[in-house]
Design a binder for this molecule. Structure first.
Ligand code: PLP
Length: 396
């Protein structure tokens, strides 16, 4: 451990020097089964040959040119993203937080250019996570993340997913600009937002001229078995959507997607980024997109997810004092626990299985979308060994 890094992370895992597929290796050669995937990011595992070739090939040609030039890879990826979604326009950023920042600015600007500058209120939901910028922490409203950073920003408020009346009132208020929601909450507890609620929110937003923003930074890009999580439901497309994480499979890139109408307030000079959509990021993301969007990848996600879910359901029956609930969708899996989730992450690490903690005392599994069925079975075996270790510890 160095004393020179800002002390903001709990580093629960060992130092790794190499990765291959769903496995990570320490300098000593110990192999760990990676069911975190850089927090839903290494969607094609580590060192995928096609991604390595894309990155190294581009590295020999052109790294960076700024957005004062056309970037061919941006045009290609924007074409692919819009062809596969509700969107007409794409802005490329470097992270999920930046994609969210663009979404929030776009929503306010939309109303501003329509002569309704008073429409600035952005409503998020309790349990959400949208990133760590001021806008993002205020949009999610998690008290633990806003504490100590001064006044809450004006123009943000938090709703409860269960309080339909408050949601309807917020949308009907003439100062409301947008609603932001994760169709499947990730960090907050792997909660799948009910289709009926998404439908209600979509309908009310349309009726009252409020923009609907989806945060699919974690749930998007194939993680749930559809390219985007909201595509499980018909007729609930957003106006704006943020994606990142698996978009670059580990190379930093994010994107804000929007309809032509929602994007209409954004003119040259209203937003930008030095690095956003640079040639290196685009080279990787284009190849990643083609692999992730392929039907065989999405079918594989559903098959492995079914295997894992079945396995966890039987572990729940066998270890009722450990496992409380199984949540999530596709390969965004949350296992809600009775014992402390961070203690469980440590117990799993001792079994050389990497898991991520999450809200509501869950552990999350966010494995590579191409994890083999053999590795998924191995993850279940190691998870069971962790349950046994926790049980023995409780009995001691
Ligand atoms: C749903 C969601 N939104 C936004 C973010 C922020 O993304 P980033 O960490 O790339 O800024 C995250 C990161 O975990 C996320 O899960």
């Amino acid at each position: 451990m160095t004393p020179h890094l800002l002390n903001v992370y709990n580093r629960a895992y060992p130092l790794f020097e190499r990765g291959e597929g769903s496995w990570l290796f320490t300098p000593e050669g110990d192999a760990y089964l990676d069911c975190v995937g850089g927090i839903a990011t290494n969607a094609l595992g580590h060192a995928h040959p096609a991604l390595v070739a894309a990155l190294t090939g581009q590295a020999q040609k052109l790294w960076h040119i700024s957005n004062m030039s056309r970037v061919e890879g941006q045009e290609r990826l924007a074409g692919a993203l819009t062809a596969a979604s509700f969107a007409d326009r794409v802005f490329f950023a470097n992270s999920g937080t930046e994609a969210i920042e663009c979404a929030l600015k776009m929503a306010r600007r939309y109303h501003f250019v329509r002569g309704a500058p008073e429409r600035t209120m952005i409503y998020g939901f309790a349990g959400a996570f949208h990133g760590r910028s001021y806008a993002a922490i205020n949009a999610a409203g998690n008290p633990a993340y806003v504490e100590g950073f001064g006044d809450r920003l004006p123009g943000y408020a938090t709703l409860d997913l269960g309080d339909v009346k408050a949601i309807a009132n917020a949308i009907a208020t003439p100062t409301t600009a947008a609603i932001i929601v994760e169709p499947v909450q990730g960090e907050g507890g792997a909660r799948d937002v009910p289709r009926a609620l998404l439908r209600l929110i979509r309908g009310l937003c349309r009726r009252h001229g409020v923009l609907l923003i989806y945060d699919e930074v974690q749930a998007g890009m194939g993680r749930t078995g559809r390219l985007f999580a909201h595509q499980w439901h018909r007729g609930i497309e957003p106006d704006i959507m943020a994606v990142a994480k698996a978009l670059g499979c580990g190379f930093p890139v994010g994107a804000c997607l929007a309809t032509e109408d929602a994007a209409s307030g954004m003119a040259p000079g209203t937003h930008g980024s030095t690095f956003g959509g640079n040639p290196l990021a685009m080279a990787v993301a284009n190849v990643a997109f083609d692999i992730i969007a392929a039907p065989e990848t999405l079918t594989h996600v559903l098959d492995v997810a079914q295997l894992l879910r079945g396995g966890f359901e039987s572990l729940r029956r066998n270890y009722p004092s450990i496992i409380r609930d199984i949540r999530g969708r596709g390969l965004l899996i949350g296992v809600a626990l009775h014992p402390n989730n961070r203690a469980f992450v440590t117990a799993a690490r001792d079994q050389k299985l990497l898991l991520a903690a999450g809200g509501d005392n869950i552990v999350r599994l966010l494995p590579a979308l191409n994890i083999s069925t053999a590795d998924a079975g191995e993850a279940l075996r190691r998870f069971e060994a962790s349950c046994i270790a926790m049980q023995m510890e409780a009995a001691a």
